[in-house]
Design a protein around this ligand. Structure first.
Ligand code: IMP
Ligand code: MG
Length: 178
C-alpha cells in the first residue's frame, strides 16, 4: 500500500470482478447496436482500458478532456472543455465514461453539450464510482461500478493534485497527505 494511503476502500480484485459484471451488462444492452464510447479524461483512463477489453462488441472510441477540480479536494463549480470541437456523434449510440459522479456537474455539462448534437441515437453514462449524496437534479449514472460515501478518494484514475492516478485500488489518503 502507498505510504500516503490510510485505507483501501475498494481493492484491485474487487474492481476487476465488478468490471466483469458491468461489461457483461453493457454487452447485453448494446448487442446488435454500434456503440460509441466517449471517455472523459484524465480520470477514466484505467476504467476505459480495463472495461473496454471486456466488451466484445464493435465499438468506436472518442475522448474528451474535461476538468472541474483545480488541485483541491472540492469541486470548482465550473468545468472546462479543454478540447474542441466535440467529436461528431450524430447517429451514434453514445456511452459516456467517467471515473466518478460527485456533484454531477461534469456529467450534467457534458450531457447538455451532447444533447445539442442533432440525431444522437442514444445517450447513457457509466461511472466507476458514484458518491451517495443528494444532487439538485437527482442526476445518476446508468451504469455504476460502486456506490461510495461522501469522502475524497484516489487511485484507479482518480487523482489528488495529479498524483495517485496509477494506484491499482481506490483508497483514502492520510490527513497528513492532503
Ligand atoms: P463532479 O463534476 O462534481 O461530479 O466531479 C467529477 C470529477 O471530479 C471527477 O471526474 C473527478 O475528476 C473529480 N472528483 C470528484 N470526486 C473525487 C474524488 O473523491 N477524488 C478524486 N477526484 C474526484
Ligand atoms: Mg475526472
Amino acid at each position: 500500500m502507498h505510504e500516503d494511503v490510510e485505507k483501501i476502500l475498494i481493492s484491485a480484485e474487487a474492481i476487476e470482478r465488478r468490471l466483469c459484471e458491468l461489461a457483461a451488462q453493457i454487452t447485453a444492452d448494446y448487442s446488435g447496436r454500434e456503440l460509441t464510447v466517449l471517455a472523459l479524461l484524465n480520470g477514466s483512463f484505467l476504467l476505459l482500458a480495463d472495461l473496454l477489453r471486456k466488451i466484445p462488441l464493435p465499438l468506436q472510441l472518442d475522448c474528451l478532456s474535461v476538468s472541474s477540480y483545480h488541485g483541491s479536494t472540492a469541486s470548482s463549480g465550473t468545468i472546462t472543455f479543454r478540447q474542441r470541437p466535440l467529436p461528431d456523434l450524430s447517429g451514434r449510440h453514445v456511452l459516456v465514461l467517467d471515473d466518478i459522479l460527485d456533484t454531477g456537474l461534469t456529467l450534467r455539462s457534458v450531457l447538455e453539450k451532447l444533447r445539442e448534437t442533432p440525431s444522437i441515437q442514444s445517450l447513457r453514462t457509466c461511472v466507476l464510482l458514484q458518491k451517495n449524496i443528494p444532487r439538485p437534479d437527482g442526476i445518476r449514472a446508468d451504469y455504476v461500478g460502486f456506490e461510495i460515501g461522501n469522502e475524497f478518494v484516489v487511485g484507479y484514475g482518480l487523482d489528488y493534485k495529479e498524483k495517485y492516478r496509477n494506484l491499482p485500488y481506490i483508497g483514502v489518503l492520510k490527513p497528513s497527505a492532503v
